[in-house]
Design a protein around this ligand. Structure first.
Ligand code: FES
Length: 549
């Protein structure tokens, strides 16, 4: 039987495409390079791919109703991966399903008025979610401008594993390579236009580019097959740095612009973590330092000038939105802090917008407040009854953080017991990763400095993170935020050949601790003990024990 074809218009892009009768709206959007948030990659389990039908008829799988409130149904909301066309259709992608350019990580201070005097370089941090570029005056070493945007690969999967899966599809690798180069070129374009560098004479003044990214991102940038990342923990290719001409990869530059790609250490500890280490300089410290990059993977480094251990914890994306009912990235409309007093819940929202969801720092605040107010127990289960606790449609208890009349989504914003469980699993993985590394013979008490890296890490509340059991219970003064350490490290590598050599030495000398195979069972034991708030062993969290007495 011939499958019917229909027309589909995507708004606000105003893009006309064709859709096969048996293709979901999400599949069609991906094929046409249109982004709809899709945390579960169209498996129909996250409910994040909401769209609004403006015209035409569709058929939606019944399961979609679990994710839509009455108000949303009345407004014509559908779940894109569970909805199929029955006619020519026009759909609107609402703000909550689009990538917001607010709150992009540009946390490196620089003097905007300064212009490049002679030659410039560009440091690029390719994150799975965000790509950031920094224009640096090579004479002064100062950053003169920055630009960042979402990685266009986001439309093909939100994490590295789904990108690797996408690369297995026909032309998948080419597509992922093309869109990341497009993302980089757009940023370079922005920087050179602002610097009046557009003409070819001036583009020659960009003499070098340095790139750092996780292992998957650097493989996709250089169009290497990333399947090896799933199959191998450590191979020489992961530790290899690249010296190329940028133009060869299709990067907007002159024919002579050099490109350097920072080496990585293992399958899930890449050049971005080496750049983090360079940024905090722990590899030159006499004392033992701990560095935690809080992202989807939760990478950890422990050591000093003598030795370095690194690990990746597969922490999961609970702090980035996908695995909690109203989770979202730290963009406009996200609740990022919460205080509870009795029945009263006070909250702060990014940009002072009406709330649409809760970002990672909001979740840390919220769960630690629920715990300190004895609304949940140490397992994250609700232990009292009050007007904010109700039973959700699927029978799971939930706590109303904001009632529907105050939200931008026309319904309550809640946190469910399942959400709390997901956050506990994520924080347990990060804490257990750090605790396992210290089993080489140093205790957490011997750690003199704890560096917190990552865009999200920058917004973390240390005390609340200790209450949750995400960070070890150390003196608050020992913690230092380094923000986007990967970008900072890339800038140093760009401008200082010594730092480049140090990056290559770190790649050789660091020991990759494979927590996934966990031959001695140490990580599993630590992980199970950390599956409580703050921890099964309260002796490890004396400050929290004091607060709960
Ligand atoms: S992408 Fe549609 S429900 Fe997750």
């Amino acid at each position: 039987m011939r499958i019917k074809m229909y027309k589909i218009k995507f708004l606000p892009e105003d893009k006309d495409c064709e859709i096969k009768g048996d293709d979901s709206i999400l599949e069609t959007a991906v094929k046409n390079g249109i982004h709809i948030n899709a945390s579960c990659q169209g498996k129909g389990i996250c409910g994040k791919c909401k769209i609004i039908l403006k015209e035409g008829a569709v058929e939606q799988r019944e399961r979609a109703l679990e994710f839509l409130t009455k108000e949303e149904l009345n407004k014509g909301y559908y779940i894109a991966c569970l909805t199929y066309p029955k006619d020519d259709i026009e759909i609107l992608i609402p703000p909550e399903s689009r990538l917001s350019e607010h709150q992009m990580v540009e946390d490196i201070k620089f003097e905007k008025k300064e212009k490049v005097k002679n030659f410039a370089g560009i440091a690029i941090d390719i994150g799975t979610t965000t790509v950031a570029a920094y224009l640096v005056d090579l004479q002064t070493g100062n950053i003169v401008d920055t630009a960042s945007s979402f990685n266009k690969q986001m439309s093909y999967g939100e994490d590295v594993l789904s990108r690797i899966e996408y690369s297995k599809k026909e032309s998948g690798l080419e597509k992922l390579n093309t869109v990341v180069i497009e993302t980089i070129n757009k940023l370079i374009e922005k920087l050179i236009i602002r610097e009046n560098f557009e003409n070819e004479a001036n583009i020659n003044r960009i003499s070098k580019i340095a790139v750092s990214g996780n292992t998957t991102m650097t493989y996709l940038l250089t169009k290497r097959d990333p399947h090896v990342i799933q199959k191998n923990i450590q191979i020489d290719d992961f530790k290899r740095s690249y010296y190329l001409k940028a133009k060869k990869l299709g990067i907007r530059s002159s024919r002579t612009t050099d490109l350097y790609i920072t080496p990585g250490i293992g399958s899930y500890v890449g050049g971005d973590i080496i750049a983090d280490i360079i940024a905090c300089d722990m590899h030159n410290s006499d004392e033992v330092c701990l560095m935690i990059d809080v992202g989807t993977n939760g990478e950890i480094a422990l050591g000093n000038r003598e030795w370095l251990l690194v690990a990746s914890t597969s922490a999961g994306p609970a702090f980035e939105g996908p695995s909690t009912k109203y989770g979202m990235r730290a963009t406009a409309g996200a609740i990022d802090n919460v205080t509870i007093e009795g029945d009263d819940v006070r909250y702060g929202v990014i940009n002072n917008d009406k709330p649409r969801g809760i970002c990672g720092s909001g979740l840390i605040h919220l769960i630690s407040e629920l715990f300190l107010n004895e609304i949940i127990d140490y397992k994250g289960k609700f232990i009292i009854k009050n007007k904010r606790i109700k039973t959700g449609g699927n029978g799971i208890p939930e706590f109303v953080v904001v009632f529907g009349d105050e939200t931008d989504i026309g319904g309550d914003i809640v946190i469910t017991e399942k959400d709390i469980e997901n956050v506990i699993m994520t924080k347990a993985a990060i804490y257990a990763g750090a605790a396992t590394l210290t089993k080489v013979g140093v205790s957490l008490d011997e750690v003199r400095k704890v560096y917190i890296a990552g865009g999200f890490g920058y917004h973390m509340d240390i005390e609340k993170s200790i209450v949750l059991g995400l960070l070890p219970d150390l003196d608050v003064d020992k913690f230092e935020f380094i923000g986007n350490g990967s970008a900072k490290g890339s800038c140093l590598i760009l401008t200082n050949n010594e730092k480049r050599k140090e990056a290559e030495e770190i790649a050789k000398k660091a020991t990759y601790f494979d927590l996934s195979t966990d031959a001695l069972g140490e990580f599993t034991e630590e992980y199970m003990s950390a599956m409580f708030i703050p921890h099964q062993d309260l002796d490890r969290f004396p400050s929290v024990e004091m607060k709960t007495r």
